[in-house]
Design a protein around this ligand. Structure first.
Ligand SMILES: C[S@@+](CC[C@H](N)C(=O)[O-])C[C@H]1O[C@@H](n2cnc3c(N)ncnc32)[C@H](O)[C@@H]1O
Length: 204
């Protein structure tokens, strides 16, 4: 299975950081039923497009203006451009967050500790860009308590549970744990871990 099914636009860093389309589709499918979603740190729009296949209205916020333009192009390839509002800005900006009305927020900060070594991923939610803990607090305050966050495989279940009860999906492919999603949804009262094995995904 290829990382992306379409001939999308990307830059090298964004390609590396982006969620494989099949996994974004899987996560978006779990969120069916919400009417409006926001993706914070949307890069070239892979998860935002997956969300828009399942949810009527999607916001996608990204700080890099070139990635926003690529994401708009990619959204036309997936036929979901009209369902996504692309916003160029800082996800920690309080006024920006206040302007978004969404029932669920998907957070996808950059895990690299140093731009020169993107393969070394943070083991702490505080060392992501932007700081994931600060972002979760702001999203809870200004948008919604329904939060899904994608984090590096190095972030422990304990640290994720410190933010509240959650379901942790360990994303496995090629026989390796690649990354995790933590679901903090209002109906989740007890934490549990789920292993999702996607078999093989061709990265190039
Ligand atoms: C892991 S990538 C996102 C991948 C994307 N969500 C996907 O589904 O493929 C992280 C993105 O966060 C963006 N970013 C970093 N700091 C930001 C901030 N303060 N506000 C908005 N976007 C930010 C980066 O430019 C980068 O494109």
């Amino acid at each position: 299975m290829k990382k992306f099914s379409k001939n999308i636009k990307y830059d090298e860093d964004a390609y590396y950081m982006s969620c494989p389309e099949y996994i974004a589709d899987y996560i978006a499918n779990l969120l069916k039923g919400y009417k409006c979603a926001v993706e914070l740190c949307s890069a070239i729009g892979i998860t935002a497009c997956a969300l828009a296949k399942n949810i009527e209205k999607v916001y996608a916020v990204e700080i890099d203006s070139q990635r926003i333009e690529m994401a708009k192009y990619n959204a036309t390839l997936y036929g979901v451009n009209s369902k996504i509002d692309f916003i160029q800005g800082d996800v920690l900006n309080t006024d920006l967050l206040k302007s978004i009305q969404a029932e669920v927020a998907i957070l996808d900060p950059d895990w690299s500790v140093d731009k020169n070594t993107p393969e070394i991923h943070s083991s702490s939610l505080e060392n992501t860009t932007p700081n994931a803990i600060e972002l979760v607090k702001k999203v809870r305050k200004y948008i919604t308590n329904n939060i899904v966050i994608r984090v590096s495989k190095n972030v422990s279940a304990e640290e994720l549970k410190n933010l509240g009860s959650c379901h942790i999906h360990n994303i496995i492919y090629g026989n390796k744990l690649r990354f995790k999603y933590a679901f903090y949804l209002e109906n989740i009262k007890e934490s549990k871990e789920i292993n999702d094995d996607f078999g093989e995904i061709d990265y190039k």
